[in-house]
Design a protein around this ligand. Structure first.
Ligand SMILES: Cc1cc2nc3c(=O)[nH]c(=O)nc-3n(C[C@H](O)[C@H](O)[C@H](O)COP(=O)(O)O)c2cc1C
Length: 363
């Protein structure tokens, strides 16, 4: 049994949010020693300097690895020192709101173990932008890309939402590698209505002057529950406002499984369909990027994403179920493919995979 499985066998005996909070407390206190203990510290990796898995995006950022940490795990930017010391290519913190917020009543996080999935209705519990900003300033990022995911407070009236995003943008633009407008969480009443074209326009128009001041990359994170036929209009809007790209997807609503958002394997198919539709609407030579997230569970999911034209992705639920060793496993599979394809860098690897070589076929 590997060490993460041992840890999991204990952690999965207790309530998910308590396990989460206790793990985060440990990770923030002992980042280096825990990374070493779990065998995932980057300094332990055998580095073949002739193989380069870093990915340069059109937004100007370079991810050191094509897989990053999705928003919601490190909401308050407390454990960047840990997550940046393991082989994540980028880390997204948040969602952060202008004012501190308690979130929804507990319990609000549930495991669906058989389905390798989670149900959550956290409701943007976070310490608020001032505190999160201080954590970010103090963190050691080990040179990694760190994005900040922004959300409106629950008590902010719907028609003042743009002002919340302005205040947050202004606060984090100087310290973030990229920013994300999050209007896709199912757990803040009315939030997803802001995905209408007119509401999105209002938000992006309100940010225009700040974006001229700060050139920080800006993304929009979308829900998997948008109708596929509505996606091209959102892509068009993102192009019109010269966003850096989209992040697809957030969690999905499954009323049959309870109130909240579903992530993990149960989102695999829906997430893939939405990403493929977005990539199709973006076209092959798009300046805009798609950060893929939502149900990415196996290395084959990553191959599917690359074949469809994607580059970098994020994970949350697979990380909880499979542990940080998953990053080493996927890294090794990439290296094996690079050796087989006799390619040396990520772009060549992606081209090799897209050629649909039998070596890279779905297993
Ligand atoms: C407990 C939990 C909390 C989350 N909190 C946030 C959040 O604050 N902001 C956000 O944009 N996404 C949040 N997410 C969504 C994830 O970032 C991701 O989009 C989603 O879980 C799908 O990816 P996955 O299947 O790899 O988990 C949360 C997910 C979970 C499971």
């Amino acid at each position: 049994m590997n060490l993460y499985n041992l840890f999991k066998s204990v952690a999965f005996q207790i309530d998910p949010e308590t396990a989460h909070n206790q793990s985060m407390a440990l990770l923030s206190r002992f980042p280096e020693s825990l990374a070493t203990f779990l065998g995932v510290h980057e300094k332990l990796l055998e580095n073949d300097s002739s193989l380069d898995l870093s990915v340069s995006l059109n937004d100007g950022n370079t991810w050191s690895f094509p897989v990053g940490l999705a928003a919601g795990l490190d909401k308050n930017a407390e454990a960047i020192n840990f997550f940046s010391t393991i082989p994540f290519g980028a880390i997204e913190v948040g969602t952060v709101t202008p004012r501190p917020q308690e979130g929804n009543p507990k319990p609000r996080m549930f495991r669906l173990k058989e389905e390798e999935s989670l149900l959550n209705r956290m409701g943007f519990n976070n310490e608020g932008m001032d505190q999160v900003f201080l954590h970010l300033k103090k963190a050691d990022r080990h040179g990694k890309v760190v994005g900040v995911n922004l959300g409106k407070n629950k008590t902010t009236p719907q028609d003042s939402a743009a002002e919340d995003y302005r205040v947050l943008f202004n606060k984090f633009a100087p310290v973030a590698s990229y920013l994300v407008i999050n209007v896709s969480s199912p757990n803040t009443p009315g939030l997803r209505d802001l995905q209408s074209i007119s509401s999105l326009k209002e938000i992006f128009e309100a940010l225009q002057d700040l974006r001229r001041e700060y050139s920080v990359p800006l993304y929009l994170k979308i829900s998997p529950d948008l109708a596929l036929e509505d996606l091209p209009a959102i892509v068009e809007l993102a192009q019109e406002f010269k966003l850096s790209g989209l992040i697809a997807t957030n969690t999905t609503i499954r009323k049959d499984l309870g109130v909240g958002g579903i992530s993990g394997r149960l989102l695999q198919e829906k997430g893939r369909l939405v990403r493929e539709k977005v990539l199709e609407a973006l076209g092959p030579d798009s300046e805009l990027e798609l950060i893929g997230v939502g149900g990415i569970t196996t290395f084959n999911d990553l191959l599917d994403f690359w074949r469809a034209g994607g580059k970098v992705c994020q994970i949350y639920t697979a990380f909880i179920y499979q542990g940080p060793g998953l990053l080493l496993d996927w890294r090794q599979q990439m290296i094996d493919l690079m050796n087989k394809g006799q390619v040396k860098n990520f772009e060549e690897l992606r081209t090799f995979i897209q050629k649909d070589s039998p070596l890279a076929q779905r297993s």
